[in-house]
Ligand binder design. Sequence first.
Ligand code: ADP
Length: 261
Amino acid sequence: RVIRVSRQGMQSTQRPGQIWCLRDVTQQKLSDKMRDQFIDTATHELRTPLSNIKAYAETLVTGDAIDVEQQKEFCNIINSEVTRLARFVDDLLSISSMEMGSLSIDRQKVDTARLFSEVFEKVEPLMQQKQIAFIKELPEKLTEIKLDKDKIVAVLVNLLGNAAKYTPAGGHVTLRVKLDQRSLEVAVVDTGVGIAAEELPKVFDKFFRSADERVQEEVGTGLGLSLAQEIVEMHGGEISVESVLNQGSTFLVTIPLEGAT
Ligand code: ADP
């Protein structure tokens, strides 16, 4: 059974009075759980890299019984832990600007080919590491369009990164892009763990992470999709998901281009 979830999609099937009732109760219930989840995530995402950095830096400082090769290895570990920490801090800052209503987008003319090559540079190492076949279906003509390049790159890196993270080794991830004067449409299709029907409406919630152990064993903060949704909606677009548990997921982003200034 394929279930499709998007903000507009969900609302259009309900009568207005009913939605508000339903949403109030669920949001109240969620907020305690979300707070606990936030504290767990923040503790883990701050403490783990910090204690690794401290341990490796201390060993480097004392220089006890380590050769040049090991020094290099420790520096690499410190570097990747700093990257992880910086990513989490960036996500937190973006989420708090989003809460304060001060997250803004800056639409500029963008060479679409460059936009995608920036995305590929960031996600290809992950695909290779996990031996995932990355299939790109791009239109022949990649014209210039107007959008906030850095933010849209972040959205696509998040979707493709998730697809790679939640797809077992040997699986497939497909990026399907359609582009015309009216809109940019991007589908990210994976053959991964999928999302259970009851969890599907929550995937865009802040700090939501599936209870599925195949998700829990991956590093994550549950912030990526809620930021992605905000960025896409600030471009006047829509993001939605379809998924079948144990078969895979498809995330679809549509960004209108007509009249973009
Ligand atoms: P993170 O990946 O850091 O946990 P996200 O906000 O990007 O946070 O995603 C929220 C949750 O949605 C994930 O924890 C996972 O449960 C689910 N999810 C997102 N993308 C996928 C996917 N491609 N396949 C399966 N589950 C996914």
